[in-house]
Write a protein that binds this ligand. Structure first.
Ligand SMILES: Cc1cc2nc3c(=O)[nH]c(=O)nc-3n(C[C@H](O)[C@H](O)[C@H](O)COP(=O)(O)OP(=O)(O)OC[C@H]3O[C@@H](n4cnc5c(N)ncnc54)[C@H](O)[C@@H]3O)c2cc1C
Length: 643
């Protein structure tokens, strides 16, 4: 038998014969495929099958828009064909390592997809969490404010303006338009949520509140794409960091951005969103980062945050699963409440399929509820605010022809450096982000990176750390309570594209540009220095081959040589994007933008984009406030036009 690693990922000559549908289990896999999956999960983490991890992996795959079920079945068939389940454990581990280290990007992508699914599910079980010293979910909040938003049942509706998406852009646009006296309908694909739903269960939060169960990736699997999918959009699950758009970026973008009008919009959204620097008690993670930065004499500053009454302690580290205190001033508890109070109707669990237009003018939106019912919203104008991945997909489904739709997708690629300390860190707890460093924010003409920490729950650690064997992986996870980390948030100069595949599925193409990779490498060195100066015992990059060093003479240099050897090709180093931008960008001409400066598409009158897609390029700072300000400015202009 040829070992799996030496065959092609999906070698057509080796494809198994089609199995009859009735040979499949309820989850759509055959018994042989299921045995292969069981063996894969048990190889990643022994004991998985007993815990029901394979079922959970299938469930996550079903929710993941980047996974075609057919490809998953073929992959499992390949493992089944090679009798993977019958191999001894050491051979199975060797096979998985070979997939991880493969020269073929698709094999590496398959490995990481299976690895992340299996380990995320495994570490969601309470006895496993207990073993690694993680306390698990918070549980229901003692008191939860009832929602002030009464949603409207999905049905055919008439209105002045249909706003698609309820996140940073859509929430603000809906409030501004409704407060101007316009009849607004908000369509949101995700569910209505309240503080009572935010129980701090990591896996459940990904499944219920995130797009694609937080498992979506670029098409080569190289970059994880994270976004919220619930009322309030990503602002419901984000980390409260609230930077104003930097002056240099505003000048670079031109158009309305350097204007006083935009300044006023920025100030207005910051005020309504409660942005302040009074909630910055550093977590141990942030204390460690500050310690290192202070030793090096590098820049460090308090994080501006959109919170009121934040406990900055035990609950705050779970903020990425929704703030159960209601302290985070997401659009859920600010702009959407304002919109609702001003008469906007808010329809949830309903996905816009396409914008309807007649004679070049937007007339409404066709949408489908989660139960499969079709509804039509008729409107005088449509505001699309689905986020920079889904907005261009909706525009493409609506047959916009402008070549810039979907192009110029910018990310803030994030990789992490983690480190083991002697002290107890409990990195899942404490203020979610209290400090940042701009030491390397401007490495070249305004392009560089930010250093920020973030809460580390088991699934987050799984996302960044390597898997070389079950034993090694278990040991790394067991270090969680004494682990800390620093995220490097890169302002990219390169860009990617959102497109629709022939079967209509959304695809994101993005490759890290060489000079972006070079700057990321500066950040890896920088974060290693910070962690070293803070007293780390062992420091890891997020490379799949497990690169680490224990500080000592010349060791960082040798580690960096390993980093250079491994590089950043897809699947070689864990990279995620929390910020997606620019895929329907604003500009002065249809030749280089998808929308004019007011956010109106060049193709269809009365169709506007007001979200992260609007950015002319990457903002270089966490983008929520900039998105809200764009929506505020352009919704105000639209309101003046329509009122
Ligand atoms: C974990 C995490 C932490 C973050 N932390 C920060 C932070 O601290 N500070 C910061 O500035 N930024 C942060 N961000 C990013 C920031 O929250 C987003 O950039 C911002 O919310 C994007 O705004 P948006 O309006 O473009 O899209 P979103 O806020 O994502 O809203 C889009 C909404 O549209 C809905 N939608 C999509 N498609 C459809 C459709 N077809 N029909 C109907 N509805 C649809 C989605 O469900 C979603 O609710 C974070 C992101 C993540 C993932």
């Amino acid at each position: 038998m040829r070992p799996v690693a030496s065959g092609r990922l999906l070698d057509p000559s080796r494809r198994p014969r089609r199995h009859r549908a009735d040979a499949r289990s309820a989850r759509g896999v055959t018994p042989a495929q299921r045995r292969a999956l069981d063996a894969i999960c048990d190889t990643f983490a022994p004991g998985s099958v007993e815990l029901g991890v394979p079922e959970q992996v299938l469930d996550l795959a079903r929710l993941n828009p980047s996974v075609e079920e057919r490809d998953l079945r073929l992959l499992l068939s390949l493992f089944a064909l090679r009798r993977f389940a019958r191999l001894p454990a050491a051979r199975r581990e060797a096979v998985l390592r070979a997939w991880c280290d493969s020269r073929l990007a698709m094999r590496r992508a398959a490995f990481h997809g299976l690895r992340k699914g299996a380990l995320l599910a495994f570490y969601s079980h309470s006895d496993v969490q207990e073993r690694i010293g993680y306390p698990g979910p918070l549980g229901a909040p003692a008191t939860a404010r009832p929602s002030r938003i009464q949603t409207t049942p999905a049905a055919d509706l008439d209105c002045d303006i249909c706003v698609v998406g309820s996140g940073a852009g859509g929430g603000v646009a809906a409030a501004v338009l409704a407060q101007a006296g316009l009849d607004v309908v908000v369509l949101e694909a995700g569910p209505a949520v309240t503080e009572a739903d935010f129980v701090g269960d990591e896996l459940e939060a990904y499944r219920r509140l995130y797009w694609g169960a937080a498992a979506a990736t670029t098409e080569d699997g190289g970059i994880g794409l994270l976004a919220g999918e619930c009322l309030g959009g990503t602002t419901t699950v984000n980390w409260t960091t609230s930077f104003h758009t930097p002056g240099a970026v505003r000048a670079e973008w031109g158009g309305p951005f350097p204007s006083d009008d935009f300044t006023r919009s920025l100030d207005t959204v910051a005020e309504r969103s409660g942005v302040n620097t009074d909630h910055n008690v550093p977590s141990t993670r942030d204390e460690i980062m500050r310690r290192g930065l202070d030793v090096l004499g590098w820049h460090v500053a308090p994080m501006p945050r959109n919170v009121r009454g934040c406990d900055q302690d035990g609950v705050c580290g779970y903020c990425g699963f929704g703030c159960q205190l209601g302290a985070k001033q997401s659009t859920l508890v600010t702009w959407l409440e304002d919109a609702h109070a001003a008469g906007a109707r808010i329809v949830v669990d309903t996905r816009a399929e396409r914008v309807v237009s007649e004679s070049g003018r937007a007339r409404g939106v066709d949408a489908v509820t989660k139960n499969g019912a079709s509804i039509a919203i008729r409107a005088r104008a449509v505001v699309v605010a689905c986020g920079a991945v889904q907005t261009p997909a909706l525009l493409l489904r609506s047959r916009l022809a402008n070549a810039n739709v979907g192009r110029h997708l910018h990310l803030h690629p994030v990789t992490g450096m983690s480190a083991l300390f002697d002290e107890e860190v409990r990195p899942w707890t404490g203020t979610i982000q209290a400090l940042y460093s701009d030491e390397h924010a401007d490495l070249e003409n305004g392009y560089g990176l930010k250093y920020e920490t973030g809460p580390i729950h088991p699934g987050v650690l799984v996302g960044f750390l390597p898997w070389r064997s079950a034993e090694d992986s278990a040991a790394l996870l067991a270090d969680l309570p004494r682990s800390s980390g620093i995220g490097l948030l890169l302002r990219d100069r390169g860009s990617g594209q959102v497109r629709l595949a022939r079967n209509g599925r959304l695809r994101v193409r993005y490759r890290l540009a060489d000079d972006d990779a070079r700057r990321l490498r500066v950040g890896i060195d920088g974060a290693a220095r910070i962690l070293e100066a803070a007293g780390a015992r062992r420091i890891y990059s997020s490379h799949a081959r497990k690169l680490f060093y224990e500080p000592g003479n010349g060791r960082r240099e040798r580690f960096l040589a390993d980093v250079d050897r491994e590089g950043f090709a897809p699947g070689r180093c864990a990279i995620f994007s929390f910020h997606h931008m620019g895929s329907a960008r604003l500009g002065a001409s249809s030749g280089d933008s998808a929308c004019n400066w007011d956010g109106e598409t060049w193709d269809i009158k009365g169709l506007y984009v007001m979200d992260g897609s609007s950015f002319p390029s990457a903002s270089g700072v966490n983008p929520m406030l900039t998105i809200e300000a764009i929506a505020h400015l352009n919704a105000s202009r639209l309101a003046a036009e329509l009122a």
